[in-house]
Design a binder for this molecule. Sequence first.
Ligand code: ZN
Length: 191
Amino acid sequence: MILPIVAYGATVLRKVCKPIEAKYEGLATLIEDMWETMYESNGVGLAAPQINRDIRLFVMDSAQIFANSEPEDEAYSDAPGIKRVFINPQIIETGGKDWIYNEGCLSIPKIREDVSRPEWVTLSYLDEQFKSHTETFHGITARIIMHEYDHIEGKLFIDYIKPLKKKMLQGKLNDISKGKMRVDYKMTLGK
Ligand code: ZN
């Protein structure tokens, strides 16, 4: 089932999300719905607060980027990308050279800004079978993971941009929070 995506301005996007247990009701269906919602809206990642749940869960698929890109992008350190579910993730360490990428977010449509993030991230997490992993991710995969991880910490990519630039975006952000934007996927204002 395709779920509506919560728009910027909703309090759920500012919550530090709670860990879940294996018995969390309807988890398998929820994950399935998140995949469907993410692909339908042409996203590369989707975090639970974006579908109105304040739990530590996100899905991501960086393989899409490589599948749709120019051959020279195959040189990226994380080619061919991964598709994965992250439950109760915890960042252990980040490192490498910071690099800039023009990021966007399904909850903040039509706005893209350059964001600087570290090259790699090590995190512990559970997969959908609640098996525990500790793994290091690089490149665009690491970037998507850090963007989604921010969501479950109540953080958004626009928090990284300079105050002056943020001021210039304020009108657009207000419009999004009032539902005054046109997108080709289902959105909700939330609370
Ligand atoms: Zn996002």
